[in-house]
Design a protein around this ligand. Structure first.
Ligand code: NAD
Ligand code: UDP
Length: 314
């Protein structure tokens, strides 16, 4: 197949490019390089099945394709809050452009949505199933991302109902691994970089908020199963249900890096979700998918990646 990946030079997009190229597909990787890097896909540049295009998804694009993965959107709070209006435009206008292209070409189109559609979940809804409508602040500092992604889901469902577009929606829970951006402010990259540089580890608040961390290879397996499954149209959670407090993560990173860094506390940003864990019953039952890499195991290659990156920069 010829497959378009928007945001293909980013962390997850570049792993998806690798997998689809390995499977023998033609890949068009489209990116504006806001948070993505050419180095994430530079090893693919000589491959005749791979094409890299600089383009912003806010503008329409034309191509004859069989499948579209829409991943373009800054994903870390630091990056998506940098230009909040641009973030909403990327989610909403990017979705409209992908859906318009899918409608014309009859391509199946996949939306990278997020656990952020659940916002700061009601503590009684834990873990979060796909049927939960969420608890999202529409006017806070995270809203540009959360509401942009919610609106994109609405557009996907409406194009499906109104125009019969063949859609897939994944709700991704916190994912980590090699090729994360070292300065994106996300907790895994921050803690590893701080530990490797011997700097203080910055836990926001008391560190009792939780997240469930999925290794990137597991997530990409889930993407491929969802995209190539014939029946599903509704959103599907993909994530690792192993839930950790942020303080526990800091301790793990210190232990695995052998760092002498100290843990310090900084103010908790507003609207920071208190807990998050995916209910993956749908993925298990309908896709036969579940994660295989536990946090300790996945942190090792991630630490190795950052260690190499930082030593190249020194
Ligand atoms: P990333 O920032 O590494 O990748 C996003 C890519 O999109 C980058 O290459 C960036 O340059 C590109 N991009 C941004 N705006 C664009 C625009 N207007 N036009 C074209 N390209 C644009 O982040 P990631 O972690 O790889 O996330 C990929 C997708 O998965 C995003 O849509 C994100 O919202 C979603 N997601 C990721 C996670 C996670 O934990 N990694 C969790 C939930 C959802
Ligand atoms: N966090 C932290 N220290 C950091 C970066 C993040 O304690 O240096 C916390 C953050 O407040 C949140 C959690 O880690 O509670 C996950 O943050 P991240 O930005 O990775 O993802 P998200 O909040 O979008 O899930």
């Amino acid at each position: 197949m010829r497959i378009l990946i928007t945001g293909g030079a980013g962390f997850l997009g570049s792993h998806l490019c690798d997998r689809l190229i390995e499977q023998g597909h033609e890949v068009i990787c489209l990116d504006n390089f806001f948070t993505g890097r050419k180095r994430n896909v530079s090893h693919l540049l000589g491959n005749p099945n791979f094409e890299l295009v600089r383009h912003d998804v806010i503008d329409p694009f034309k191509a004859e394709v069989d499948q579209i993965y829409n991943l373009a959107c800054p994903a870390s709070p630091v990056h998506y809050q940098y230009n909040a209006i641009k973030t909403i435009k990327t989610s909403v206008q990017g979705a409209i452009n992908c859906l318009g292209l899918a409608k014309r070409t009859k391509a199946r189109v996949f939306q990278a949505s997020t656990s952020e559609v659940y916002g700061d979940p009601d503590p009684s809804i834990h873990p979060q199933p796909e049927s939960y409508w969420g608890n999202v602040n529409p006017i806070g500092i995270r809203s540009c991302y959360d509401e942009g992604k919610r609106c994109a889901e609405t557009l996907f469902m409406d194009y499906h109902r109104q125009n019969g577009v063949d859609i897939r929606i994944v709700r991704i829970f916190n994912t980590y691994g090699p090729r994360m951006c070292p300065d994106d402010g996300r907790v895994v990259s921050n803690f590893i970089v701080q530990a490797l540089q011997g700097k203080d580890i910055t836990v926001y608040g008391e560190g009792q908020q939780t997240r469930s961390f999925c290794y990137c290879d597991d997530l990409i397996n889930g993407f491929l199963k969802l995209m190539n499954q014939d029946e599903l149209t509704g959103p599907v959670n993909i994530g690792n249900p192993g839930e950790f407090t942020i303080y526990e993560l800091a301790e793990k990173v210190i232990a695995l890096t052998g760092s002498k860094s100290k843990i310090i506390h900084e103010p908790l940003p507003s609207d920071d979700p208190k807990q998050r864990q995916p209910d993956i019953t749908v993925a298990r039952e309908k896709l036969g998918w579940e994660p295989t890499v536990c946090l300790d195991e996945g942190l090792k290659p991630t630490i190795e990646y950052f260690d190499k990156l930082l030593s190249e920069e020194r």
